[in-house]
Design a protein around this ligand. Structure first.
Ligand SMILES: *Cc1c(COP(=O)(O)O)cnc(C)c1O
Length: 366
């Protein structure tokens, strides 16, 4: 439980951390080449793999220093072969970011792009899977943070199974907070980060990769730093090729213990759902309209049309005065929407206060 309420982060990561995680940082320093750090890393890897069914059995966790994008880029770079072709399914900033990565690494892809407010274009994806036998892998974004849409991975996963294509999944903003079906979706690897639904501090990210791929496959990475196969070799023993964010690893271990004690991803999903449904319902009652339909949202992120009379900057600054950080729309959506994430160590009282501030702001412009 968090005692005093400082700034409350309602941006989609980094998140408000608990006192328990914050206090875990008050310990002696560690060297990443010493056995105590290696033991910590092995423990963190094991806990991360155990969150979803089938994870411990079939997947290896590789932990790297960097933000979520680092995990996604390491996954794409290491696992998409030079002679492979990725079907990139995009309906937001993060899908388009994967397409840029494939281009940057000089690999082949075909992009199925929907407008950001729309669902993934699965009809087009299926047409391509049927007609283009050179496609070897499929990539998708689970929770598209651009809008807060939880993409329909049951449907896409079924296509991956039917056409026998391994899925490379960006689960950066969903891992630990949403249902993930490793087997049913044909997941070969997924990428995420310490500082979103897991409630750690920023600085470490991780990729879960199927063990058979790491054991039998060979690295396709055209980069030294982001080569997951090099991490795999070293991290079998808990060590890493390069300096790790040691303090961040301590906080991550504590956050994982807290996560497990609280009931794992299902409990976190229920708690997030309760908060986000309440935020959307109450803002709606004040006349602040949702950007997507209610049943399209993930549990931890909501997007809204800017209320009449407010620019994003004005809304942000008013909330900032009350110690709340909200988030702008990205790209073309900057002038039309704002976002509220509800990850992190949030209390009901924080949401009560947030809604009271919104009520006051809306009343003052009537
Ligand atoms: C946050 C996020 C990322 C990574 O962003 P970083 O700023 O690099 O941590 C990637 N994909 C999605 C869907 C995200 O929400």
């Amino acid at each position: 439980m968090t005692k005093k309420r400082p700034v409350i982060l309602l941006n989609p990561g980094p998140v408000t951390i608990s006192d328990r995680v914050r206090e875990s940082l008050q310990r002696e320093d560690m060297c990443h080449r010493e056995p105590d750090f290696a033991a910590l890393m092995l423990d963190v890897k094991k806990r991360l793999a155990a969150i979803y069914e089938g994870g411990s059995e079939h997947f290896e966790t590789l932990v790297m220093t960097g933000s979520g994008t680092c995990a996604v880029e390491a996954m794409i770079s290491s696992l998409l072969p030079a002679d492979g072709k990725l079907l990139v399914i995009s309906n937001g900033v993060y899908g388009e970011r994967i397409a840029s990565m494939v281009k940057t690494h000089g690999k082949q892809m075909v992009l199925v792009k929907s407008p950001w407010p729309e669902p993934m274009n699965l009809a087009e994806a299926e047409r391509l899977l049927k007609e283009d036998p050179s496609i070897t892998h499929v990539s998708a974004i689970h929770n598209e943070t651009t809008t807060g849409r939880l993409n329909d991975l049951d449907a896409l996963g079924a296509l991956c199974v039917t056409y026998n294509k391994p899925m490379l999944l960006d689960a950066v903003s969903s891992f630990g907070g949403e249902r993930i079906e490793l087997e049913k979706w044909n997941v070969a690897a997924l990428a995420s980060t310490a500082n979103k639904c897991i409630h750690g501090i920023p600085g470490l990210n991780f990729v879960l990769v199927r063990k058979d791929l790491l054991e039998q496959g060979k690295s396709a990475a055209a980069t030294l730093y982001l080569d997951l196969f090099a991490y795999y070799q070293k991290q079998k023993e808990g060590f890493s090729p390069f300096t790790q964010a040691t303090h961040v690893a301590v906080a991550l271990q504590e956050a994982l213990k807290e996560f497990e004690e609280a009931g794992g991803w299902k409990a976190r999903n229920e708690r997030y759902r309760e908060l986000s449904v309440r935020i959307r319902a109450e803002l709606d009652a004040m006349g602040i309209r949702r950007f997507l339909k209610e049943d399209e949202y993930s549990s931890m992120l909501s997007s809204f049309h800017l209320p009449e009379g407010y620019s994003y900057e004005e809304l942000h600054d008013e909330l900032r005065k009350e110690n709340f950080i909200i988030y702008a729309g990205q790209g073309g959506l900057f002038h039309s929407i704002f976002r509220i994430a509800n990850m992190g160590d949030l209390l009901d009282a924080d949401i009560d206060r947030l809604l009271a501030v919104f009520r006051r702001l809306m009343d003052s412009r009537k």
